[in-house]
Design a protein around this ligand. Structure first.
Ligand SMILES: NC(=O)c1ccc[n+]([C@@H]2O[C@H](COP(=O)([O-])OP(=O)(O)OC[C@H]3O[C@@H](n4cnc5c(N)ncnc54)[C@H](OP(=O)(O)O)[C@@H]3O)[C@@H](O)[C@H]2O)c1
Length: 193
């Protein structure tokens, strides 16, 4: 299995889990594959001779994406389609990882696949473009929309809170989002029960 990215949370977790289940996970990332110029990295991806490709890498700096929309679009919007085209040429399926940010976050009940998308920012918009590019490139795809990835690897909200909690007697945290097992509500929330 080839996974895009080198040291991200998801690719690192897959490498760790794969080892314990006899699944060889081959990370394909920079410098061989720079998703800002994905076409030039397809030879490296194809050379791994994968039986499946997981398109996990992304521009994940949600706030920073607002000031770097072209880079975010290249990595999140364009590159997944090129990766999916590579999968199609190799005759293997592609699993593309997307995000709940394709929604506007105001639905008070759990989102389903058929809910209308309405991204509020550059990150969500470009991830939605990436979904569409994957779907256009090959019918042999699955798109997983996930939210708030936590792992022992890299940086994430949970690790930041645990670190700060060890340093400070009291934490002040912005309260503009509520995440449950099924959904993320973005402030102003319609319900918070
Ligand atoms: N983190 C979350 O809370 C969250 C929530 C919802 C959805 N998702 C989605 O879940 C997937 C995995 O997220 P994650 O948490 O594992 O992300 P992450 O820890 O931020 O890692 C991002 C990965 O993308 C790679 N990458 C970024 N720019 C690249 C480029 N130009 N060329 C090649 N690789 C590049 C990074 O490469 P390096 O290894 O070289 O740094 C890294 O491996 C992403 O598609 C993301 O959109 C994440």
């Amino acid at each position: 299995m080839a996974v895009t990215g080198r040291a991200g949370q998801l690719v690192s977790a897959l490498i760790e889990r794969g080892a314990g289940h006899g699944v060889e996970i081959v990370p394909v990332g920079r410098p061989e594959l720079d998703l800002a110029d994905a076409a030039s990295g397809m030879a490296a991806l194809a050379a791994t001779q994968p039986d499946i490709i997981v398109s996990a890498a992304a521009y994940t700096a949600v706030d920073k994406a607002e000031s770097e929309p072209e880079l975010a679009r290249a990595i999140n919007g364009v590159a997944p389609g090129i990766v999916a085209q590579c999968a199609a040429q190799l005759g293997v399926p592609v699993i593309h990882i997307s995000t709940d940010y394709v929604f506007n976050g105001t639905k008070p009940t759990p989102y389903v696949e058929t809910d209308p998308t309405d991204p509020l920012g550059v990150y969500g918009s470009t991830k939605l473009e990436g979904e569409r590019a994957v779907a256009a490139a090959t019918p042999d795809h699955a798109i997983l929309r996930t939210a708030w990835v936590y792992s022992p690897f890299g940086g994430n909200f949970l690790k930041t809170m645990l670190r700060l909690a060890g340093d400070r007697p009291k934490l002040r945290v912005v309260g503009d989002q509520l995440v449950t097992r099924h959904r993320r509500l973005i402030w102003p929330m319609r319900c918070c029960a």
